[in-house]
Unconditional design. Structure first.
Length: 311
C-alpha cells in the first residue's frame, strides 16, 4: 500500500539522501568550473611552447612548476625573478599516472643562455623557456602537452580546505629559518599530519642539519610525497563534506593552460591511477657541473623517459 503523505519511510529517506548527494556534487562542480574560468591562466608564450596532441584518456604529459620567488613577507625577500623550486612531470591516462621529478640543480643547456642549473630557465624566460629546456634536456621523444604552475600564496588554503594531508617523513627535519618560517621548520620522522602552512614548508625545506646527507633529491621526494598526500585526501570519503570548498580553492592554487574540463580530466586520471610510480632523476655526479650543478647521464635520461611514458 502507498505510504501516508508526510510519513517518513526508508524509501523517502533514500530519495532525500540521493537528491542531497547529487545536489552537493553539482554545486561543487559548478564552483570548480567558475573558479577555474576566473583564473588568468598562463602566458601566450607558454601556451605556444607546449606540444600539440596528448589526451588525458590515452596519455598526456604535464609539467608541474613551482617558483621560489621570495616576496616582501619572506625572511629573505628578493625582487629577482624566481627560479623553479619544483620541476615535476606527470604522465597520466585514465587508470595510470607516473611521476618524474627533475632535481632543480641538474645541469642543463638552456637555449640562448648556455649550460646552467635547470631551475634558472624559469628566471631567464619563465614557463615558456622552462618547457623548451626540459624537453631538450630529457630528449628521447618527450613532449610536454600541458603546464601547471603552483601558486604558493594560495597553496596552503587549498590544503586547509582538504582538512590537511598525511605524509611519511623519512627523516627528522630541523631546518634553519627560510621564507616565512622565521623560527625555522621542525618536523619529527614518520607519518605526519600537515596543515597548509606546514605542507608548504615540508615541500620547500632547503637545508636540514638533522640529516646533513640530504640533497636536492630528498627535496624532490618530499614534494612527491605532498602530491601523494593531496591525492590520498582528495579522493577520501571525508573530503565529500568539504567538496564545495575544495572545488573553489583548487583552481586558485594553480595557473595552467587547462581550464575546467582539462583540470577535471587531469584530476580523474590522478584519482583513477593509484599511487603512481614515484621517481626522481638520478645524477651520475653531485656538484660536478657548472656552478656546482648535478650531472645526469644520457642513459639515465633515456631510461627515466621510457619509464615515465610507459615504453
Amino acid at each position: 500500500m502507498p505510504g501516508v503523505p508526510g510519513e517518513i519511510t526508508p524509501g523517502r529517506v533514500l530519495r532525500w539522501v540521493a537528491i542531497f548527494v547529487v545536489g552537493w556534487v553539482l554545486l561543487s562542480a559548478l564552483l570548480f568550473v567558475v573558479s577555474a574560468q576566473l583564473e588568468e591562466g598562463v602566458s601566450a608564450e607558454a601556451e605556444a611552447a607546449l606540444s600539440g596532441g596528448g589526451s588525458f584518456f590515452t596519455g598526456a604529459t604535464t609539467l608541474v612548476l613551482g617558483s621560489d620567488q621570495r616576496k616582501a613577507s619572506s625572511i629573505d625577500p628578493s625582487q629577482a625573478p624566481g627560479r623553479a623550486d619544483t620541476l615535476m612531470l606527470l604522465h597520466s591516462a585514465f587508470g595510470s599516472v607516473r611521476k618524474l621529478s627533475i632535481p632543480r640543480d641538474a645541469a642543463a643547456p638552456i637555449p640562448g643562455h648556455g649550460t646552467q642549473k635547470i631551475n634558472a630557465a624559469y628566471a631567464l624566460g619563465g614557463p615558456a623557456l622552462t618547457i623548451e629546456t626540459v624537453e631538450q634536456f630529457l630528449g628521447n621523444g618527450l613532449k610536454i602537452h600541458h603546464i601547471v604552475e603552483v601558486d604558493f600564496a594560495d597553496f596552503p588554503a587549498f590544503i586547509d580546505a582538504l582538512g590537511g594531508i598525511t605524509v611519511n617523513n623519512k627523516s627528522r627535519i630541523c631546518s634553519p629559518e627560510f621564507d616565512n618560517f622565521f623560527r625555522g621548520f621542525n618536523l619529527p620522522k614518520g607519518e605526519q599530519e600537515l596543515d597548509g602552512r606546514t605542507a608548504l614548508g615540508f615541500s620547500r625545506v632547503r637545508k636540514n642539519p638533522c640529516a646533513p646527507g640530504e640533497n636536492d633529491l630528498d627535496r624532490a621526494e618530499r614534494q612527491q610525497e605532498v602530491l601523494s598526500g593531496i591525492k590520498g585526501k582528495l579522493f577520501s570519503p571525508g573530503t565529500f563534506i568539504r567538496l564545495p570548498w575544495v572545488s573553489w580553492k583548487a583552481p586558485k592554487a594553480l595557473r595552467s593552460d587547462l581550464k575546467a574540463p582539462g583540470l577535471t580530466g587531469l584530476a580523474l586520471d590522478v584519482g583513477s591511477g593509484g599511487v603512481g610510480q614515484t621517481e626522481v632523476l638520478k645524477p651520475s655526479c653531485l656538484g660536478c657541473g657548472p656552478g656546482g650543478s648535478l650531472l645526469v647521464s644520457d642513459g639515465e635520461k633515456q631510461a627515466a623517459v621510457d619509464r615515465l611514458l610507459g615504453r
